[in-house]
Design a binder for this molecule. Structure first.
Ligand SMILES: [Zn+2]
Ligand SMILES: [Zn+2]
Length: 136
């Protein structure tokens, strides 16, 4: 497993192993992803299902995305960790939740940097929204 990665939920009842590295990573700031992840955005590392082996049963929750696609989120029924999701638009592409990935120092550093950029963006927006008379 030189290119791949593996991971698990908080309690270990659901585990996965990918034979390839992620095709790409993405952050989603939509209301559903923020609510399901309990954070200001949700991150996903996408892999094709043919490269992913998942063990353990999951509980699922389906919702409609803003684009009208069905999002199926898979959670561990024991500890509640959101492990991965699929989207009806590209059903064979699974979005793994990065915090479940083991040995991912580099991926975490990338996510932390994204969070810093996002807060900087918010700070800039706050500045832009000030009325001219409020600016010093
Ligand atoms: Zn679990
Ligand atoms: Zn989203």
């Amino acid at each position: 497993m030189t290119e791949g990665f593996r991971g698990q939920c908080l309690c270990g009842a659901v585990a996965f192993e990918s034979s390839s590295k992620p095709m790409f990573q993405a952050n989603c700031h939509c209301d559903d992803c923020r609510r399901s992840g309990g954070s200001v955005y949700a991150s996903f590392a996408f892999v094709d299902e043919t490269n992913l082996k998942i063990s353990g049963d999951t509980k699922t929750y389906e919702s409609l995305s803003d684009a009208g696609n069905t999002m199926t989120r898979h959670f561990c029924p024991t500890c509640g960790s959101h492990v991965y999701h699929s989207n009806s638009k590209a059903p064979s592409r699974l979005g793994i939740t990065p915090p479940c990935i083991l040995c991912m120092r580099r991926a975490l550093a990338s996510q932390l940097w994204s969070l810093v950029l996002w807060f900087l963006h918010l700070g800039n927006r706050r500045t832009e929204n000030r009325r001219p008379e409020d600016r010093s």
